[in-house]
Design a binder for this molecule. Structure first.
Ligand code: THU
Length: 160
């Protein structure tokens, strides 16, 4: 038996003002998208914005459903739209902002496990890392250089 240590290195920005301009712009698009969230059940709204290598910015928000599991997270709404509209484009960066409508969310909100798996599919497909930036409504912004950093031991097509 031997132990294996898995490490992830993340960068943490104190607030939006510390972000490079292009990322602050992308995060602003995520904020705009969040306004379009349909989340009457959880009252938790999420916005995501993707920058593609063809220059397009694709946004998405969480879309809920009376049949709860039929709803979809913001990140997957955005990345599936990107994949269906621009199948040959690479996703370079993703910005995510999230928060409750009932209280102010100051902690960075990372993508859920299902979204990490979905984003991983595209990272593997395009063979290039996707930078992920995530935050609450205000406060710190966390950056991951790749999705792989957020989902060690990924299950992907290489085993099929
Ligand atoms: N949600 C997202 O949109 N992205 C995540 O990564 C986590 C959760 C949504 C799903 C649901 O509409 C609400 O947030 C509460 O879970």
């Amino acid at each position: 038996m031997k132990e294996v240590k898995i490490e992830s290195v993340l960068q943490v920005y104190d607030n939006l003002d510390e972000l490079p301009n292009d990322i602050a712009e992308l995060m602003k698009k995520a904020f705009d998208a969040r306004q379009k969230s349909y989340s009457p059940y959880s009252n938790f709204s999420v916005g995501a914005a993707l920058l593609l290598n063809n220059g397009k910015i694709i946004t998405g928000s969480n879309q809920e459903n009376a049949s709860y599991p039929s709803g979809l997270c913001a990140e997957r709404t955005a990345i599936y739209y990107a994949g269906s509209q621009y199948p040959d484009a690479k996703v370079l960066k993703m910005a995510i902002t999230a928060g409750s409508k009932l209280k102010t969310t100051v902690t960075p909100i990372p993508p859920c496990g299902a979204c990490r798996q979905a984003i991983a599919e595209y990272e593997v497909k395009q063979n290039a890392p996707i930078e992920i930036y995530f935050m609450g409504e205000t406060g710190r912004v966390v950056k991951s250089d790749s999705l792989a950093n957020l989902l060690p031991l990924v299950f992907d097509k290489s085993v099929l």
